[in-house]
Design a protein around this ligand. Structure first.
Ligand code: SIN
Ligand code: FE
Length: 320
């Protein structure tokens, strides 16, 4: 983990802004977590209070999500959404996007600002199915939101007044893939993504997406990453034997991480906010360190869709 030392929501305090910005981008791509002290990024106390008032039993799904493009909040039962909650999520999302755009300038012209989320439930011992569990190490891949090789960057903030958020992480994908067992797990995922049945389903979904039916249009890369997410959680040996690093994020702290390369698990903590970004492939500073590079090396072929409408190509980054 590295710590942000020369940037805050008031701007940069260093001299060579372009070099520092590139440094942080590259460290993140290579699998560092960037720790941001609470004094560098904060949210208004009234918004924190509005969020913490939410009753955990008002959730309809794992987390509450907020779509910056539409202002829609999802994941709450019936009438539970109130104006204060929506406004607090909107302000957090806007502040997080502004903060990250100033910090990580090489990405912000072409990234896609994705969903924000609010995680109001205590994570310790949450009763969830195995592939939903947050306390098992996994990389992120979203079933409904394929990236086609764009990378998943997430900005988290612990808004609990006095409880830490405790994470376990493992080594980034390129380092894990140097181990025989992990490379074998990845190769299985690549083969499954390339199986005739999986490809046929992919083509069906692609056809549906082209005629406007709202189905995720997944590339081979997306299918392999979804498998990897599930297989990592299901593999008891991997969970037990992989290298592990523990992190405790203090109340008020934020952190940035490419969750598509860093296996992560949350062991304890309540009340976190998060903003996601899809970082376009051609704005990466270290494309060789991406999970796509590892997967394509294992597959021996291109695993993304090459058409101009796919996320990850400059100039075609409209929100869905
Ligand atoms: C996750 O992305 O797996 C959960 C992380 C968290 O909620 O702290
Ligand atoms: Fe995750």
């Amino acid at each position: 983990m590295i710590e942000l030392t020369d940037y805050s929501d008031a701007g940069w305090s260093g001299v060579d802004v372009a070099a520092r910005s590139r440094f942080y981008c590259e460290q993140l791509e290579r699998g560092e977590i960037l720790f941001i002290d609470g004094a560098r990024f904060g949210l208004p106390e009234s918004d924190r209070a509005a969020l913490m008032k939410l009753a955990p039993d008002s959730l309809r799904q794992k987390n509450i999500s907020y779509a910056p493009s539409t202002g829609q909040v999802a994941g709450l039962r019936g009438a539970a959404t109130d104006r204060n909650l929506t406004d607090a999520l909107a302000r957090y999302s806007a502040a997080a996007v502004r903060f990250c755009a100033g910090l990580l300038a090489p990405y912000s012209a072409t990234w896609r600002v994705e969903l924000a989320s609010f995680r109001p439930v205590e994570e310790h011992d949450r009763p969830l199915s195995i592939t939903e569990r947050n306390d098992l190490l996994h990389i992120d891949a979203f079933p409904g939101r394929p990236t086609n090789g764009a990378r998943i960057l997430r900005f988290f903030t612990n808004i609990h007044p006095d409880e830490k958020r405790v994470w376990l992480t493992s080594d980034p994908i390129p380092k894990l893939a140097a181990r025989g067992e992990f490379a074998a797990m990845m190769l299985n995922c690549v083969r499954a993504a390339d199986s005739p049945a999986s490809r046929a389903l992919g083509q069906l979904m692609h056809g549906a997406a082209r005629i406007g039916v709202a189905l995720p249009d997944r590339s081979s890369y997306d299918r392999a990453m979804l498998r990897l997410h599930d297989n990592m959680k299901r593999d008891a040996e991997f969970q037990a034997d992989c290298p592990k690093h523990r992190h405790e994020f203090a109340p008020g702290a934020s952190w940035l991480v490419f969750t598509d390369t860093i296996p992560h698990a949350v062991l304890a903590g309540q009340f976190a906010l998060e903003q996601s970004f899809f970082v376009a492939r051609d704005s990466l500073l270290a494309p060789d360190a991406s999970p796509l590079a590892v997967i394509e090396r294992l597959a021996g072929r291109v695993m993304t869709k090459q058409d101009r409408t796919s996320v990850g190509l400059r100039g075609a980054l409209e929100r869905q």
